[in-house]
Design a protein around this ligand. Structure first.
Ligand code: ADP
Ligand code: MG
Length: 615
């Protein structure tokens, strides 16, 4: 083994650069953070060829003291903290004193800077770690950084750069994060000489969101706000109909710093459970303000991960603020007549100038606020992730089938079909196409999807009964054996305890055969082998290691879907009334468990306007 040697400054910087400066976007991120810390009002970013040719950032911030210019590119030199204690009170985005040294080590780095009380500026060039001599120069107050030849002295890293468009995409993302967390900053981004963003300063986050995401999306956003002793949380979350296939529309800022946090992402997903389609992700722009003493930002070189002193508490705060906000909102998807005439996908039919076109409007409409009856465990629970345990599950064998608000609108086959029904609340309803219920409401009219609504009601009831340990179970006098594939049999028997919570009594019978002793009464009449196959599909979820709660939820959804009345089923008048009356007994009657809307609303005002009854 050779003797131990102290590494030189240059190699130390290179090692650090490897961690901090991964790609051109990392340079942009660090420089933008510095400009924000320097209290700039305006930042201009110019990029060439995705940053591999050139990155230029100019700010009008406080500038670097002329005598500090050399220090600024020295590793572990910072104006932002002085002592170890300061680490627990970081109010700036930077504090590690690593970025400029790292960038200067792997590029040709040219800085010019001037403070307000200096007559001239100073400039300095560092060429891949070779430090020049600071020289006076003429420049405006503030700082400018010109980075060329990025990674030319680290050819491997340069080789791994993606296409300029891809690298620019990462840069734009970093730019976006700063722009969203600092709406008061005038920010401009230019790529290959073309303006990509030119964002005027604004006091309102919503205006900035509109510039980035367009009017339609930003108008559908829902404001959330909550404050505890330790944390103020505020921002916008998307309407459940505004989703993405990835988490890319989710932004989380802690004291102005963009962060990623698994637990908080999970809380967000939880908040939308049952409101968005499986596999879709909500969008969110959320800001946390926390005393810096309660969070450790010094966890990762890029500072994007942090450690909260009480992450459980934050989890609950985030989940509950969104859930409670949703409970107060009419989340029905509202039907809006598009005043601008036919939209493209409607334009196929013959152009009839008298026929107006309905489009689905994801924004909030002027609807009746719905009154939650059963509070969801997500809101009332205080235990963070995981179902409250249904510990002492007792199963009532052939118990009473209908309690008040009970679950059976389909009590008999529909013989006494009536063209029109009036519910106890006096709402007139009509079933059309054996599939939809059209309601006359004080606000206008609502169209309900009978299957989706019933599914939602059953889902909530199953869930509540499972939590109460009261799922009604049908015992089989003669247990039924079902042959499955070996994978299916293994999954079903492995999860027998979970299935028991839902009313299934299932045991292995050797090989690929299982025995069914009992099943949830509401699933009467279903084909067992098909049912067990579907169950096993749900048990084998694609995501890595799904939690018990996710599996249970997925099983509940499946049961609800199977037990619900189907489209094409003619309903009797009492069934329609019963179904509609149960709407108000559940937290979210507006979406089926898969996230499809259960009801569309066309307001009276909209009808009047379209028929020219209003001025
Ligand atoms: P850190 O931001 O962690 O302090 P950096 O290496 O990014 O470390 O920057 C080193 C120092 O250079 C900063 O502490 C700051 O004093 C100064 N500095 C860097 N960029 C700017 C800027 N745009 N305006 C004013 N000062 C700057
Ligand atoms: Mg910095």
């Amino acid at each position: 083994m050779p003797r131990i040697q102290q590494l030189g400054a240059s190699i130390v910087n290179k090692i650090a650069a490897g961690e901090v400066i991964e790609r051109p976007a990392s340079v942009v991120k660090e420089l933008l953070e510095n400009s924000v810390d320097a209290l700039a009002n305006r930042i201009d970013v110019e990029i060439e060829a995705g940053g591999s040719e050139r990155i230029r950032i100019v700010d009008d911030g406080e500038g670097i003291h002329p005598e500090d210019l050399l220090l600024s590119i020295t590793a572990h030199a910072t104006s932002k903290i002085r002592t170890a204690e300061d680490l627990f009170g970081v109010h700036t985005l930077g504090f590690r004193g690593e970025a400029l040294a790292s960038i200067a080590e792997v590029s040709r780095f040219h800085v010019r800077s001037r403070t307000a009380d200096s007559v001239t500026g100073m400039e300095l060039v560092v060429d891949c770690g070779a430090v020049g001599t600071p020289q006076p120069c003429g420049c405006a107050v503030g700082s400018s950084f010109d980075i060329t030849n990025l990674f030319t002295n680290t050819p491997v890293r340069r080789k791994f750069l993606k296409r300029p468009a891809t690298e620019f995409g990462h840069i734009a993302e970093q730019f976006t994060r700063v722009a969203l967390s600092h709406p008061r900053l005038h920010m401009r981004l230019v790529h290959n000489g073309k303006d990509v963003f030119d964002l005027p300063p604004t006091e309102r986050l919503s205006e900035r969101l509109e510039l980035f995401y367009g009017r339609e999306l930003s108008e559908g956003l829902i404001w959330v706000e909550s404050e505890t002793a330790d944390c103020r949380l505020w921002g916008y979350v998307g309407h459940p109909s505004q989703t993405k296939s990835t988490r890319k529309g989710q932004y989380l800022f802690l004291n102005g710093r963009p962060i990623s946090d698994r637990s908080l992402s999970h809380a967000l997903t939880e908040a939308y459970r049952g409101l968005v389609m499986v596999g879709r992700q909500p969008i969110a722009f959320l800001f946390l303000e926390i005393d810096p003493a309660l969070v450790d930002v010094n966890v990762h070189p890029t500072k994007s991960e942090v450690r909260f002193q009480d992450s459980q508490q934050l989890y609950r705060q985030l989940l509950s603020v969104i859930r409670t906000t949703f409970l107060g909102l009419p989340l029905e998807t509202s039907l809006r007549v598009d005043p601008s005439g036919p939209v493209s996908h409607h334009a196929r039919g013959p152009a009839d100038p008298h026929q107006r076109h309905l489009s689905i409007d994801s924004s909030r409409g002027p609807h009746r606020p719905f009154s939650p009856h059963v509070s969801s465990p997500a809101v009332s629970g205080s235990s963070g992730p995981g179902f409250p345990s249904a510990g002492n599950t007792t199963v009532s064998v052939n118990g009473p089938s209908s309690s008040p608000g009970g679950s059976s609108p389909v009590s008999s086959t529909a013989e006494s079909t009536s063209p029109e029904t009036t519910t106890d609340e006096g709402v007139r309803a009509l079933q059309i196409h054996d599939c939809y219920l059209v309601l006359e409401t004080p606000e206008g009219m609502t169209v309900v999807d009978q299957h989706a609504l019933h599914e939602r009601i059953l889902y909530e009831q199953f869930k509540q009964r499972m939590l109460d340990g009261e799922i009604e179970q049908q015992k089989l006098l003669v247990p039924e054996t079902v042959e499955l594939s070996s994978r299916e049999a293994a999954l079903v028997t492995e999860h027998a305890d979970l299935l028991a919570k839902l009313g299934f009594g299932i045991e292995s019978f050797g090989h690929n055969t299982v025995v069914v002793n009992s099943y949830p009464s509401r699933l009467r009449g279903l084909n067992f082998s098909e049912l067990l196959q579907d169950l096993s599909d749900r048990l084998e979820q694609p995501e890595k290691a799904p939690g018990r709660r996710d599996i249970l939820d997925s099983l509940l959804q499946m049961m609800a879907c199977k037990a619900a009345i189907k489209a094409g089923h003619r309903l009797a008048s009492e069934e329609i009334a019963s179904l509609l009356e149960q709407r108000h007994l559940i937290d979210d009657a507006h979406h089926c468990p898969h996230g499809r809307p259960t009801a569309l609303v066309l307001s009276r005002a909209e009808l009047d306007r379209q028929f020219g009854r209003l001025g």
